[in-house]
Ligand binder design. Structure first.
Ligand code: NAD
Length: 465
């Protein structure tokens, strides 16, 4: 604990001296060096992630490096504008004053990352924190040790620990770090641990961003393009072996197209599986615990009467699970009760909008809601009558990749937003400044005594103009 306290104290001194008022060009230089390092070590990064859970290097490049680098580029290009103080008009009754917002770093921040996209989910928040001018302690996941090691190597080669430090370890280490009075804590992980983080943050009144998970619904309307819908849903279950916070958790298909959907799904599954034999590298499940958990969920689901749409295939040694789609399951099935975080997907028929809404609303607000439809009225109605952190229409997952829109959940699926400008703001204290004219103030007329005449003016200003 003492070592963490010492590191924290060192960062405090360093922050006040070197970071608090750092310029846009200084921060940009840091991000440029970071990007260069990532480019030079891209193979080492992909290898590390492959060693952690057999993720295809191509997938690491696509889902982690591409999205991260485009986010860094966007931040570098826009940082001077984001950082610039913004002048704000004063209301007329404050005539004589001037107001503006300064975008100051929050100070010292803690980033706690998960294992499922182990590189981007650790580095992306640090990019936003550096852009906003903070000092950072990052704790990557203990479940992806090879990736965590390369992240540590990267930051220790690029930064003094007084500015960005990586601390490795699991829940115990995170618990010790959480005792320190950080100005902000950015946590990505499960809602269960999110609650622990928020309780710990309360002790120091640290602000938090919580990027959590949940049960994401996908709705397929009868107007949807079934061919592309199925392809896209299938890919979302292959990608990262669906160990993704934005992966669909269940699909609701309108009964009028249900049979056609299932038939097409079977055909597409065969096509995907034949393609995967031609060199597609299937990402493994992170560890034996999660492999066992997903396998048990699949088996329980089938044992309790659900029907498999395709055979359940897995390779225990490689910890690989082929996506399994199931139908005819009760809403009370365990598969419908939790975030699956793996390549299983229940497909459920719905008849009416009310039924669909009742099911979605019976669960905590999801991180993502997917609508497959060509019907604008249907799309609008779903959007108006539901809530979620993000919405994607006619595809899944890609909303994570656009750094120009905020990313994050609501309540159970998260608090606060990340990526691009939203990420910059998460680590920024929007400090309001107001300057009064030293010679003149309109409000002087309201100084005591509070006469009837002054009350009349006050009434007039309040209600008439
Ligand atoms: P997790 O909550 O188990 O762990 C996340 C981090 O918290 C790890 O670094 C871990 O060491 C740390 N941690 C574990 N126990 C802790 C404790 N008691 N106190 C403090 N820290 C503790 O999550 P995970 O298994 O790594 O990731 C999967 C979860 O993360 C899923 O629920 C998924 O939906 C969510 N997730 C969300 C996003 C998002 O952007 N919203 C992205 C990826 C994953």
């Amino acid at each position: 604990m003492q070592a963490y306290q010492e590191l924290f104290d060192l960062q405090r001194t360093y922050f006040l001296k070197n970071c608090k008022n750092s310029s846009a060009s200084e921060r940009k230089q840091k991000l440029i060096r970071l990007k260069k390092w990532i480019k030079q070590h891209q193979t080492d990064i992909s290898d590390a992630v492959y060693r952690d859970f057999g993720k295809a290097p191509f997938e690491t490049h696509l889902t982690e490096l591409l999205v991260l680098i485009k986010g860094i580029d966007h931040t570098i290009a826009n940082l001077p504008v984001w950082m610039q103080s913004k002048h704000i008009a004063s209301p007329y009754f404050l005539t004589g004053t001037k107001s503006w917002i300064r975008y100051e770093p929050k100070g010292q921040v803690l980033v706690i990352a998960p294992w499922n996209f182990p590189f981007i989910l650790a580095v992306n928040p640090v990019v936003s924190a550096i852009a906003a001018g903070n000092c950072v302690i990052l704790k990557p996941s203990e479940l992806s040790p090879h990736c965590s090691a390369i992240i540590q190597q990267m930051f220790s080669e690029l930064f003094d620990a007084k500015e960005v430090a990586v601390v490795q370890g699991g829940a115990e280490v995170a618990g010790k770090l959480l005792k320190l009075p950080f100005n902000h804590i950015f946590f990505t992980g499960s809602p269960r641990v999110g609650k622990i983080v928020m309780k710990a943050a309360a002790d120091n009144l640290s602000s938090v961003t919580l990027e959590l998970g949940g049960q994401n619904p996908a709705i397929v309307h009868h107007s949807a393009n079934l061919k592309t819908t199925i392809e896209r849903l299938l890919w979302s279950k292959y990608l990262n072996a669906a160990q993704s916070c934005v992966s669909p958790n269940y699909v609701l298909v309108h009964r009028s197209i249900y049979a056609e959907f299932i038939n097409l799904l079977k055909q597409k599954l065969e096509w995907f599986q034949s393609v995967s034999k031609q060199g597609y590298q299937m990402t493994g499940i992170i560890n034996d615990y999660h492999f066992g958990r997903i396998k048990k969920l699949a088996e329980q689901c089938v044992d309790s009467g659900a029907k498999q749409i395709n055979p359940f295939r897995f390779d225990k040694e490689k910890r690989q699970i082929q996506p399994l789609f199931v139908q005819d399951l009760e809403i009370s099935n365990p598969l419908m009760k939790e975030e699956i975080f793996g390549p299983l997907l229940p497909v459920i028929a719905y008849d009416h909008m009310d039924e669909l809404l009742a099911l979605i609303r019976s669960k905590p607000i999801p991180l993502a809601l997917y609508i497959f439809s060509e019907n604008k009225r249907f799309i609008k109605e779903i959007i108006n009558k539901t809530s979620s952190g993000t919405i994607m229409i006619n595809d899944t997952t890609l909303q994570f990749a656009n750094h120009k829109i905020p990313f994050g959940g609501a309540n159970h699926s998260g608090i606060g937003k990340a990526h691009g400008y939203a990420g910059f703001l998460a680590f920024t204290n929007q400090r309001s400044v107001m300057k009064q004219n030293s010679n003149f103030s309109l409000l002087r007329i309201f100084y005591p005594p509070y006469t009837a005449w002054k009350q009349k003016i006050l009434n007039f200003i309040t209600w008439k103009i």
